[in-house]
Design a protein around this ligand. Sequence first.
Ligand code: AMP
Ligand code: MG
Length: 268
Amino acid sequence: MPLTHRIEPNQAICLSSISADGKHLAGSRKDAEKEFFKLRDELIEWQCKLYAQGKQSLLIVLQAMDAGGKDGSIRHLFKGVNPQGVQVASFKAPTSTELSHDYLWRIHQEAPGKGMIRIFNRSHYEDVLVVRVDNLAPEEVWQKRYEQINHFEQLLAENRTTILKFYLHISKDEQKQRFQDRLDDPESHWKFSLQDLEKRKQWDDYMAAYEDVLNRCSTSWAPWYVIPANQKWYRNLAIMKVIVHKLREMNPQYPPAEPGLHNVVIED
Ligand code: AMP
Ligand code: MG
């Protein structure tokens, strides 16, 4: 797998053959953290320009098993970024109003406006993950969604939204450890739900559902990245590298000043 962890369109993916460990992929943790902070400063600068330019948007999709590190990634990656230009949308089980519409209805409303970065903490992919694993819709309904999702993302991409999708890949052992840490720390109890244990029992079904997502929905306009996420420091650096690389490509610039600004004298 290339260092970027990008999944090529129609690449057959078997998650059990991809290591969730990142530590052998980087030098020391100290160097990785140093590089991460440097890149975060660069992200902060790009975000200012993206916002000022107001012509294009960036959508970052995060998916993972419970305790996979979605919240921690958001906290670390965007610390210090101007909150005015970055918004997070967290998708929970749909409300009755949301269920009365098509599954992309609530998603489309949260897509980023021009100049904005939008992070999806869970996303429309839940509609082919939990919905499939828990049989919340019949197979003939969710089977059609992979293609619908590709078309939907193409629509966004053709309207100047750059899309990056990250699957935070942790091992089942690592999940156990993180659950245990949450149980041992009263201040983390709020993060733990007994439902998480039910989902853990369905681990293999989820892996199969994720593999289909990765095989069928990594496109040139909205690629998936499988990020080894057992080590948080490696996860943070790997995601940050992809985002900053993409922002360099997007290359937003401050808009030109109004003509005549250099002659302006501000009166007392
Ligand atoms: P959390 O991210 O831990 O706050 O949990 C949110 C919950 O909402 C997870 O259990 C998701 O599986 C669930 N969820 C998100 N989107 C959907 C969906 N479209 N259908 C059913 N459940 C969903
Ligand atoms: Mg949870």
